[in-house]
Design a protein around this ligand. Structure first.
Ligand code: DAT
Ligand code: MG
Length: 151
């Protein structure tokens, strides 16, 4: 496998509920590397860009209102297989269907307040990272635990 990067965001419900440290720690303890992080309140127009693939869905307007309703913790995480496995850590879109042990399974109840976003593939990861972050905000550094995580 190759090092890859994914875009992960804690939505306004997760921030307001005090779940930042819980969620960040799951990615951190797994062994993924934090490359960028910032707290921002996205505009509705920005939320519409982020969710542009869903613009025909009936919940699109409410979803964009919700994402822009408060602070979002935007992050980039790096690691082998992090795009796909990050989605596994997050769990199914509808928390009613998320397995226990996943972030949504353990910490959320309904689909409209499912606390976290994660890129669903390599192309969306690249697009979402470029939408949310300037290249200079992606921090280049050596994680000294890496040789213990990857061997
Ligand atoms: P995911 O966030 O798991 O990638 P998605 O990309 O299909 O899911 O949808 C984006 C968000 O839209 C999702 O996290 C919550 C909301 N959403 C999805 N399906 C919904 C529905 N049927 N009703 C209300 N909100 C929905
Ligand atoms: Mg999605």
């Amino acid at each position: 496998a190759e090092m890859e990067r994914t875009f992960i965001a804690i939505k306004p419900d997760g921030v307001q509920r005090g779940l930042i440290s819980e969620i960040v720690s799951r990615f951190e303890r797994k062994g993924y590397k934090l490359v960028a992080i910032k707290l921002i309140v996205p505009s509705k127009e920005f939320a519409q860009k982020h969710y542009h693939d869903l613009k025909e869905r009936p919940f699109f307007d409410g979803l964009c209102d919700f994402l822009s309703s408060g602070p979002v913790l935007a992050m980039v995480w790096e690691g082998e297989g992090v795009i796909k496995y990050g989605r596994k850590l997050i769990g199914a879109t509808d928390p009613q269907k998320s397995e226990p042990g996943t972030i949504r399974g353990d910490l959320a109840v309904v689909v409209g307040r499912n606390i976290i976003h994660g890129s669903d593939g390599p192309e969306t990861a690249e697009d979402e990272i470029a939408l949310w972050f300037e290249p200079k905000e992606l921090v280049s550094y050596t994680n000294n635990a890496e040789k213990w995580i990857y061997g």
